[in-house]
Design a protein around this ligand. Sequence first.
Ligand code: OXD
Ligand code: MN
Length: 608
Amino acid sequence: MSAASAAAMVQGSKSKITNAAVLTFVEEARALFKPEDIHWCDGSKDEYQSLLKLMVDCGTAMWLNPEKRPNSILVRSDPADVARVEDRTFICSKSKDDAGPTNNWAEPAEMKATMAKLFDGAMRGRTMYVIPYSMGPLGSPIAGIGVMVSDSPYVPASMHIMTRVGDAVLDVLGDSEDFVRGMHSIGAPLPDPTSTDVPWPCNPEKYIAHFPETREIMSFGSGYGGNALLGKKCHALRIASVQARDEGWLAEHMLILKLTNPEGKSKYFAAAFPSACGKTNLAMLIPTIPGWKAETIGDDICWMKFGPDGRLYAINPETGFFGVAPGTSKSSNLNAMKSMEENAIFTNVALTDDGDIWWEEMTKNPPTHAIDWRRRSWKPGCGRTAAHPNARFTAPAGQCPVIAPEWEDPKGVPISAIIFGGRRSTVVPLVTQAMSWRHGTFLGSIMASEKTAAAAGKIGELRRDPMAMLPFCGYHMGDYFAHWLHMGEKGGDKMPEIFYVNWFRKGAKRKFLWPGYSENSRVLKWIFERCDGTVEAEETPFGLQPAEGTLDLEGLDIDSSDLAEVLSVNLEFLKAELPMIRQHFETFGDKMPKELVEELDALEKRLG
Ligand code: OXD
Ligand code: MN
């Protein structure tokens, strides 16, 4: 179809849209999905409000008590649609080898044929929302644009919080064809628009398919989080990681934090942790050391490109937080709690009798009664959790009290340090500095995390999650490691320093050795000062560690033997882990860069 006739089919009131590629894409989607009508998202506040109202009118959402939680809604999903579905997530590169051993692969033409069948008529009786969005500040040289369609109002409403949406994005796109195309359907057509609907329509069959070569995403069956808000994990990590490889930059699963010392000097750090290791908490931490200030740039995703001075500059491609609610409280993350005081969307949390929200550990004492996320009456001690463990808050980043003023600077912020971490009850010390970019890449490549329930010291229960990208790297991880090494060669001595941290080390009594949370600012201070070269480090077989007296412990009540233990590498356990690391590397076959195998050999040698 010509662009002119595509325009006639899909434009409706949007007669000013002239981008032929966008119009052709939307017409293709219309012809396939056969929606009742089309809504082009303009990104306005009025639009956001009408989406919330629509969800309330349809029974998908309810207003929370406006005196407790102004302009906020509670959404309860289908119990079968509560999280990202990694086993239904596919990387459909032309060659299976490009997807690598850590991704599900499907041949692109076959997957497109499967999706075409599922998509055919999937939006009957529903509205198709067209959502132009920008990952990153509008017009930033680091940002990227996407256009997605969806038949769930929860998607454009959430995208309003999580990304920049609407007309302004199309203005920046102009006539360019350079945008990621996303098609999303919950897969629950209605006989006609007036048919009765369920509160959270979805489909038991789910597919989250990525086509990295053609920069396309097709998602079917789920309306939840990363399965449906295609800008987040699908675009900003899986597709963007491939773009980043092709174009020489980095798209990473990292928070971005600004740290300022008492003299007013600031540095920016990016940090990668697997899911459920407290990334959002670290991104918003309140330092305990006098005079030091931490501010947030982002809590989940970081895109970094070389700036004119040869340094890596980072943006947060998002504009909101989609955080795990359970465990978040005024004591674990006061700034997150403040970010969601109004204008927030809550999903699968509990409803209190006074019309507010609650989840496990949100308050010291639970409410005496609530409605759980499955709409059942709930009382403490009833044997069920009130919120789903993956319940979420969606809140505008601009509402975070410690958002850095430059968080939307189109040129990004220069990164001084990259921090890797995981949940390790044994072996890994509190903080280690890599000896070089190559050694740091090695440390990132062997990153691992334990489930909280895992018995201390049971190394068999570790999940290797290199750079916290295991579920999010859109190509072969061996090639991804090689890309990291190339970036290091390109950036030379302007590259950030790399550190490896572990807040979760446990002692003999299975008790955490380090208090964590705000006290982690002590480690951040050491990292800051290492970047400046103002404190000494000691060489160990694992890397560089704080020399005696360089970690600021003033005012911290910590047992000296706990401190000694948390700061030390357990060499014997580390040695015992080497065969597992070698096995991990072997899974990447001949794509495993020899430089990282050499790093492993060198570590083995140092361990003697
Ligand atoms: C997330 C995740 O939702 O990493 O951010 O799982
Ligand atoms: Mn994440």
